[in-house]
Design a binder for this molecule. Structure first.
Ligand SMILES: [Fe+2]
Ligand SMILES: [Fe+2]
Length: 295
């Protein structure tokens, strides 16, 4: 990291208005991180915070999990989905409330990326980390941090992007010397997030081919690009060497964009927030992935 980026990291990690997870979310995540956690202790902690419970049930009952029955209690959610999934849901619910209450465009894009991620993984039967929908849901959290960091910088970033028809991450690099994927990682570092989330999020606008979570990183870049294209927003395509290393055939992109154009018209982030989102429509084209990937 160059000196400029290091200084920016220090400033950003020291921001007073940096999105935070509440003390009770942090406590619950700590309990969920312990494999031998006592279930009644966990349920007690969850039930003590009605807003976390409500948010968690919203995410659990959303189309992202495709459950046949409606889940009405945290006890039922842990029994049906397991601790690991509940951990992801608790923190995604907290992050969702940070994004959705702020920037409608970022939220709708994040939500339709998560839906596409879910459909692509399922229709192609991909073996990937089990938090990929959540990773897609929060992948642009760094945009919120950039907006809060400096109103002036954010205005200049938007002006540069509009004037030069640049993807936003390239404008951020011109103005701030780092893009929101790198900046998101500084936040996720403070939040102690797992590498399965941090690696794909921190690399979603980079050329890097990671040793770990390669397929997850390539999928996030692909889904992000496809959704931005479907929305007519300037975007950089995933680097061909990354897709190749992950075994993803680039030829699938136009078909995925056409699929997502139809989805974007239907996906409703508001019904997701209200906990009434319907299941996704048609299945996306299956992704051709050659072989099981390194982790
Ligand atoms: Fe992004
Ligand atoms: Fe994005």
């Amino acid at each position: 990291m160059n000196v400029q980026a290091l200084m920016l990291k220090k400033k950003i990690q020291g921001m007073e208005n940096l999105p935070t997870l509440s003390a009770s979310v942090t406590h619950i995540l700590r309990l969920l991180g312990d494999e031998n956690v006592n279930a009644s202790k966990l349920h007690e902690a969850l039930n003590r915070d009605p807003s976390i419970c409500a948010d968690m049930l919203k995410v659990t009952n959303s189309a992202l999990f495709g459950l046949r029955q409606r889940v009405t209690s945290v006890e039922q959610a842990t029994a049906l989905l397991g601790l690991r999934a509940v951990r992801n849901i608790v923190w995604s619910a907290s992050v969702v409330s940070v994004i959705s209450g702020r920037e409608k465009d970022v939220w709708l894009h994040s939500y339709s990326c998560a839906m596409l991620m879910h459909s692509v993984i399922r229709s192609s039967n991909l073996q990937v980390a089990d938090d990929m929908e959540v990773t897609a849901l929060i992948h642009d959290i760094g945009r919120i941090v950039v907006m809060d960091f400096s109103e002036l910088s954010n205005r200049v970033i938007n002006d540069v992007a509009q004037r030069d028809l640049l993807p936003i991450h390239l404008a951020e690099r011109q103005v701030l010397s780092a893009s929101h994927d790198t900046i998101a990682d500084w936040l996720l570092e403070l939040w102690n997030m797992s590498p399965s989330v941090r690696i794909p999020v921190s690399l979603h606008h980079q050329e890097t081919i990671p040793d770990q979570y390669l397929l997850e990183t390539a999928l996030l870049q692909l889904v992000d690009y496809v959704d931005l294209r479907a929305r007519g927003v300037p975007a950089s395509p995933p680097p061909p060497p990354l897709l190749e290393a992950a075994g993803i055939d680039r030829a699938i992109i136009p078909e995925l964009v056409a699929y997502q154009e139809a989805q974007v018209a239907q996906v409703d982030g508001n019904s997701f927030l209200a906990g009434t989102a319907d299941a996704h429509g048609s299945r996306p084209p299956s992704l051709a992935v050659r072989a099981p990937q390194r982790r």
